[in-house]
Design a binder for this molecule. Structure first.
Ligand SMILES: [Fe+2]
Length: 652
């Protein structure tokens, strides 16, 4: 009886459980795969490794001595770790061999100085991969040929000795197995070629460094792409210099071009984008800018009214922080990208000349070593330019001729050094980081003007520290994004407020009035206090704008609009600008009234002179000028899948 009750109870439990669970967890529910999972599940039609800008310098003979003063002066350049670039590339080859991938593409700047010696060294490494069944294809970069880049030297105890750079013929000979052999068709006698990478994909390798891309080369590329397309194959273009304009904000607002200007002339560029898209080409692998970035490039080709994009996949330099390359899988429906970090350079590949401390750091603290090397080299390269700033300030901002005998040039330069350069490069951000040598900090300045909030807690030392880290992590490595509210951007905002406060602390206008006539100096304490609390800087208060206009900034300017404003009072200028608002806005790519509204009390329309400096930094500086630098609207992450039908990006 007891047994029967037990069995009945058990059945009841099972029934109740079944009913209870059936409500929340239906049996055999189909799990919907995400796009990323779908892409991973699809078989790859083409599975490649893409690296670029490896900048190899043969260590034993060409470098010989990395502490050689001439080597340090010439080759510690552009933040590349040239002194271990060979070891980094060898480690890359080890990583590829271990990964099992069988196709490698390298987008140029194979060497640092284009010497035959370094090219031979690269080819030996490619031979080593070939022994493991890995086929590599290369194109030249602007560092690779005798026609491009600087002279090449060996660094001997007798001094640097010139060594030969590769001719185009030599380049093709050295890389005969890597794109320049009988399986490729060359365009005339150039280093551009076309070859089948596998049964479904065609590689068009283009030399866009030793010659500009002209219409005839564009037509050749388009023909190759078109015939691949009609044969049911996918054409892929690889060329060193990118097609898309990198750092869109800088280009659109300030006209600064770092990508395209030397690749192809303006007229041919538009023709090229359209022709390539019409010919069925979509994917372009590039380098040169040393930046991990993927851009959608509008082509101008609009089949059915919808503009087709080209996809420019750019890579960072491997001997640059933080030594990356990409794995790219092309499946029938997706392009699947993964950013890979090259392993810590292996000890066996490191050159014998390395000092113990550097070697130890490389082996045990690799990423920090490469970041610190990059930052140090960056500031050393900038140093001569930075040292010019005080003199530029004196001559152009103040309109003072430093060569004039009655002007105490030394006093003015050391003043500018202190209020501008030292502030950015040396003044600590946090009060607690101040040493006896520091007279202030960004935080101390803020507190002096009534700031009662708190600074984001970070390890940054000074403003320059933040700026360089943004450059390396966002621009080069592409591993970080800085959007509004990020601690780095908050601190830069307070840093800029602090720059103004620091000028006030150093009695800027009183100092200038010793040399420039017409200034009326008033206390700016309240104006700056208001800036810290509301972000708004009232330029009409304390004669700030009138004093700025007296500086000589305008009269010294070559710009006809700026020099026409010279001699006008602040209130005159604020009303004069109204009719020009549309053109000013077009120039700024923003609405000036968002940052300086109209004055509600002015009888006639005039700008108020209340500059919303905080909003200008956050909404204009970061978002408009920083577009493509601080954050990238296309990629958002370095690991993502692109749909081949509509180019939608799916972060992994
Ligand atoms: Fe490069």
């Amino acid at each position: 009886m007891r047994k029967r009750i037990l069995i009945l109870g058990l059945i009841l439990v099972v029934i109740i459980s079944a009913v209870a669970f059936s409500g929340c967890k239906p049996e055999e529910e189909e799990v919907e795969l995400t796009t990323v999972q779908l892409a991973a599940a699809e078989q790859a039609e083409l599975d490649i490794v893409y690296a670029t800008d490896i900048h190899v310098m043969e260590a034993d003979t060409e470098i010989n001595d990395y502490q050689h003063p001439e080597f340090m002066a010439r080759e510690f350049d552009c933040q590349k770790m040239n002194f271990i670039s060979e070891a980094i590339f060898e480690t890359f080859c080890d990583d590829v061999i271990a990964s099992g991938k069988k196709i490698v593409l390298i987008g140029g700047d194979l060497t640092e100085r284009g010497t035959e010696l370094s090219h031979q060294r690269v080819a030996e490494s490619l031979d080593r991969m070939k022994e493991h069944g890995i086929q590599t294809y290369v194109v030249p970069g602007n560092h690779d040929l005798y026609t491009t880049g600087a002279k090449a030297y060996r660094y001997t105890s007798e001094g640097p000795v010139l060594i030969p750079k590769a001719t185009e013929e030599k380049f093709a000979e050295i890389y005969a197995d890597y794109g320049y052999g009988p399986n490729s068709i060359r365009y005339e006698d150039t280093l551009s070629y076309v070859t089948n990478i596998n049964s479904k994909y065609v590689l068009i390798g283009v030399d866009n460094v030793s010659r500009l891309v002209d219409r005839s080369l564009v037509e050749w590329i388009a023909e190759q792409a078109e015939s691949a397309f009609f044969a049911g194959k996918t054409p892929i273009l690889m060329m060193h210099k990118p097609l898309g304009e990198r750092f869109t904000g800088l280009y659109e607002t300030l006209g600064v071009s770092v990508s395209g200007q030397f690749t192809v002339s303006e007229g041919t560029l538009a023709y090229m984008k359209k022709s390539l898209a019409e010919a069925g080409l979509t994917y372009i692998l590039t380098g040169h800018v040393h930046s991990n970035d993927v851009m959608l490039v509008p082509s101008g080709h609009k089949p059915g009214g919808v503009e087709k994009n080209l996809i420019d996949i750019m890579g960072n330099c491997t001997s640059f922080y933080d030594s990356t390359y990409r794995e790219i899988r092309f499946t029938q429906n997706y392009v699947d990208l993964t950013l890979k970090h090259i392993s810590v350079p292996k000890e066996e590949h490191l050159p014998s000349y390395l000092e113990a401390e550097d070697k130890n750091q490389i082996l045990n603290n690799w990423r920090e070593f490469s970041l610190e090397f990059g930052k140090r080299d960056f500031i050393e390269n900038l140093d001569s330019t930075l040292q010019e700033i005080p003199a530029i300030f004196a001559e152009f901002a103040l309109g003072i001729d430093l060569n004039s005998p009655e002007i105490p040039a030394e006093t003015i330069i050391s003043y500018a050094q202190e209020v501008l350069l030292d502030y950015v490069l040396e003044v600590p951000i946090y009060e607690e980081d101040m040493t006896e040598e520091d007279s202030t900090s960004v935080e101390t300045l803020a507190k002096a003007y009534g700031f009662s909030g708190s600074f984001p807690d970070t390890d940054y030392k000074n403003i320059f520290d933040i700026v360089t880290e943004i450059i390396f992590k966002a621009v080069c490595a592409g591993e970080a994004e800085y959007r509004q509210g990020a601690p780095e951007l908050e601190l830069i905002k307070y840093g800029l407020y602090g720059l103004i406060a620091n000028l006030a602390e150093h009695d800027f206008f009183a100092f200038v009035s010793l040399y420039v006539e017409g200034l009326e100096v008033e206390d700016t304490q309240d104006v700056i206090t208001a800036m810290y609390s509301t972000g708004v800087l009232d330029l009409m208060d304390a004669n700030i704008l009138d004093n700025i206009l007296s500086l000589g900034l305008l009269s010294a300017s070559d710009n006809p609009i700026l020099s026409a404003l010279s001699g006008k009072s602040a209130s005159e200028i604020l009303s004069i600008l109204i009719p020009f608002l549309p053109s000013i806005n077009a120039l700024l790519k923003a609405d000036l009234l968002d940052f300086m509204p109209l004055d509600p009390l002015a009888a006639e329309e005039a700008l108020s002179g209340e500059l919303n400096f905080g909003a200008l930094i956050e909404n204009y500086f970061y978002t408009v000028i920083g577009k493509g630098i601080l954050f990238d609207p296309y990629t958002q992450t370095q690991d993502f899948v692109i749909s081949r039908s509509d180019f939608t990006v799916y972060p992994k």
